[in-house]
Structure formats: C-alpha cells, structure tokens
Design a protein. Structure first.
Length: 290
C-alpha cells in the first residue's frame, strides 16, 4: 500500500489485500462488458486498488472483451471455464493473441474429473498458483481435494448463486475449509459473499455466508479447530462480535489465514467494501473522504 498508511491501518489492510476478484460480469450482477471493464479500470486507480485482484471473464463472454482491450493499460484477466477443460484452450489463445490482455489465471470446473482439469491448467499456465479447480460439495468433496493435493490446481468452492440450493450450509462450508487445511491447500470461494456477516436476504430468503465469518473460520481452522467449531463461527450473525474477533487477530494470524483464503469472486466490489468501512475493519484515507 502507499507510504501514508500508518501501522494500525496496515494491520487492517492485511486482511483485504487482493481479497476481491472482480466478477461483475457474473450473476446476479450481470454487468455489461462495456460497463464492467471501465469500472474495473477505475477500481485500479482508487485508494482500495490493492484489495481488488483480477478481472474475471467467463468463456461465453470472452468474445466481447478484445474490443475493449488497451495495449497502453493491460488488463489482467482470469479465465473462468464452467464448461470444463475442453473449453479452455481456444479461450486462452484468444487472450494471449489480444494486445492489452494478460492471462493472470484460469478457473475450471472439475465435475469429478480433477485430473483432466489439472492437466489443462498445467498446459496453459506457467505459474502453479494461478490455477483453480471448482470442487464438488458433499459426497465428492474429499475425493476432489485428495486429487488436487500436490498438483497444479487449487480448490475453488461455490458459496452462493441465483438459487437457494447453490448456497452451502455452515457444515458444508466448514467441511471444505477444514479439508483444505488438512491438505494444506490454499483456496478461493465464489458467489454470495456480498456482505461481511451472515444474513438472510430479505428479498430472496437466501441464506448468505459472510466473508468475515469465513475469514475467522479459516483462522480457527489454521489453529486446529474441528469442523463443528468452524460451522459455529460461520453461523454467527452478530456483527459486533465478529468485528471484535477480527480486531483481535495479530498480523501473523492475518497473514496465515490469508495464506489459505487467497481471494473470492464478487459481482460487486462496492458492497463488501462498504461493509468493511461500516464495521470499522477499514478506514478510508482522510484525503479521499468528501
């Protein structure tokens, strides 16, 4: 971060650096490409630029991106391939052949065939930390995590969507976090984490996990907590309690938890950022305030 960030603020920033992948194109946001790309470029100029990692683009939307590429201001993109490994190769070639686009990573659906997903990451990525494979929830989870251990792929887990069944419950998310910790697998999650604290959406009735809950559950998993204890943390809806717990984390503890929770995809950077400011997890630099 910039040199005007003091030590206490740097401690806060340690939880958020590179936390949000810009998934504006994806549901429920569904931003048009012509709006999402300029918005992402604007994020990169703001005081919170360090908290926003990459621009996520799905294979289906990729043809819309090259006309907006700018060789003078390259866009670091992560290709998302929900259709599986067979769709990755042509899409990667499009990115590599377009001046102004840089391939920062690939996320591919595993669909129970982790070996094929890992092979395509190995083929197209030079950096082994840049590839993620979406794993199954439930009965297939442990097998998927076992197959990923020691490979080119890191696990990605879906934490929400546009239907109620897309949201895992606390025990299911806890099992994923605990499983990653046992295998020493850094991970990311995607969808549904619009806010810091677990809540019920008043419009849809969907049960949303909170990203602060997930951070704290990850911290406790690193410290050796069992899945039941992690599920209890994921269920907390008291923002004051969660904020207190977050403020008590030391810098080494923050660093270790973020070594596991690498990022999460969000269709709105503004929502999680505003929650962090409201809860006092972040403080906007004085010269950026109105």
């Amino acid at each position: 971060m910039t040199s005007d960030v003091d030590a206490p603020q740097a401690l806060h920033h340690s939880l958020f650096t590179g936390l949000w992948d810009d998934a504006a194109l994806f549901p429920p946001g569904n931003a048009p490409m012509a709006e999402a790309v300029p918005a992402h470029r604007l994020y990169r100029t703001e005081w919170f630029a360090g908290f926003v990692r990459y621009f996520l683009v799905g294979v289906a939307h990729l043809p819309e991106l090259p006309p907006l590429a700018d060789g003078a201001d390259p866009l670091r993109v992560v290709l998302v391939a929900p259709g599986g490994p067979s769709t990755v190769g042509p899409a990667v070639r499009t990115i590599l052949d377009t001046p102004g686009l840089l391939l920062a990573g690939i996320e591919v659906a595993g669909d129970g065939e982790i070996g094929k997903a890992v092979a395509v990451l190995h083929e197209h990525l030079t950096e082994p930390t840049a590839g993620y494979v979406e794993v199954r929830n439930g009965a297939g989870l442990d097998a998927d995590l076992d197959d990923l251990a020691g490979t080119y792929g890191r696990p990605k887990f879906r934490t929400g969507g546009t239907t109620a069944h897309a949201f895992p419950n606390e025990a299911e998310l806890a099992a994923f976090v605990h499983g990653c910790r046992l295998r020493e697998l850094p991970f990311k999650v995607t969808a549904g984490l619009h806010n810091a604290v677990r809540h019920t959406d008043p419009t849809t009735g969907f049960e949303h996990h909170g990203y602060l809950n997930l951070m704290l559950a990850t911290h406790h998993a690193v410290a050796g907590a069992e899945p039941n204890a992690l599920a209890d943390l994921l269920a907390i809806r008291d923002s004051a309690e969660l904020t207190r717990m977050a403020h008590e984390l030391t810098l080494p503890e923050r660093t270790r938890l973020r070594g596991y929770l690498t990022s999460y995809g969000t269709c709105s950077v503004a929502e999680p950022l505003q929650d962090a400011l409201t809860l006092g997890l972040l403080d906007e630099p004085p010269h950026h305030r109105d």
